[in-house]
Design a protein around this ligand. Structure first.
Ligand code: SAM
Ligand code: GLN
Length: 282
């Protein structure tokens, strides 16, 4: 697809062309990402792309498509390009101020669902707000307090709460490592920054160069937030639990030590790929 090309490009042509092009650049899920791009540019749902697959794109639409494709092959995640990321089947606004929601984080929602509805939830480090908003949309709690140390992340989280019309969330600017919290909760949820600072260089460029550094790493060994959660057991009401996302097998021995030394019970839940992903603390 060159600039001088006066050929008419239909939706179906672009999907076919783009799939080969993305695959030659080692981009997995090529077709799905192209559907996101075209859906976003043409304001069409995925199914409508295929119902209207012979619709030609205007020159302006083609220019946008071309710029999206170029950004993608330079390593920008598709979610940042279209400004939207899916989480638990719903769309959330994302910018460079928030971590792109990850499918494995949905396990926190699944466990909460299995454990049964609760009254109050505290979420530490809400980012885009995807966990807090989903908890309410899935009717898993009466009310949620969601915090973040990043004011620009909180602004996006508030927009996502409005977008999904949930009002039972209160967002607080708060530093979990410094500031106190006086209330108690039935459940404390968090996907904290758990990547050790020495592991940052080994991350995929999509993650390392586009997610906020403050969302990825604690600047130390990746365990700082878990130590703080172990000290903050008084946040839990009688019978309450913490559900904390973790980085995988390599963290499990250290987590056992941290929580068992604090006299707490730890259960590890694996994600769909069989990787230890959520620590349930009681
Ligand atoms: N909950 C979102 C999700 O699962 O997609 C975002 C999780 S992201 C891994 C971690 C979040 O913790 C970031 O939004 C970051 O700004 C926030 N954070 C980092 N340090 C923090 C601190 N000291 N206190 C509160 N939040 C913090
Ligand atoms: N799960 C994210 C990743 O793999 C990291 C998010 C985090 O540190 N909590 O990059």
């Amino acid at each position: 697809m060159t600039a001088a090309d006066s050929k008419i490009w239909r939706i179906i042509d672009l999907i076919k062309w783009g799939e080969d092009y993305f695959k030659s650049h080692n981009i997995p899920n090529a077709r799905r990402e192209l559907e996101w791009f075209l859906g976003n540019i043409l304001d069409l749902k995925r199914i409508d792309l295929y119902l209207q697959f012979e619709q030609p794109l205007s020159q302006a639409e083609l220019d946008t498509f071309r710029s999206f494709v170029l950004r993608r092959i330079k390593g920008e995640p598709f979610q940042h390009i279209i400004g939207i990321a899916p989480f638990y089947g719903r769309d959330f606004k994302v910018t460079e101020s928030v971590l792109v929601p990850r499918p494995e984080t949905e396990l926190i929602i699944e466990i909460l669902k299995k454990n049964g509805r609760v009254g109050s939830v505290l979420e530490i480090g809400t980012g885009s707000g995807c966990i807090a908003v989903t908890v309410l949309l899935e009717n898993l709690a009466d009310r949620v307090i969601a915090t973040d140390v990043s004011k620009s992340a909180l602004a996006i989280a508030r927009e996502n709460a409005e977008r999904h019309k949930v009002s039972q969330i209160s967002f607080r600017h708060h530093d979990f490592l410094q500031d106190d919290i006086s209330s108690t909760f039935d459940a404390v949820l968090s996907n904290p920054p758990y990547i050790g600072v020495s592991e940052l260089s080994g991350l995929q460029p999509e993650v390392r160069d586009h997610d906020p550094r403050q969302a990825l790493t604690d600047g130390a060994d990746g365990l700082t937030f878990y130590r703080q959660f172990a000290r903050r057991r008084a946040l839990l009401n009688e019978g309450g639990c913490m559900l904390l996302e973790i980085g995988g097998e390599h963290q499990v021995p250290a987590l056992e030590k941290i929580f068992q030394t604090a006299g707490l019970n730890l259960t590890i839940h694996n994600d769909l790929q069989g990787i230890p992903r959520v620590a349930e603390i009681r």
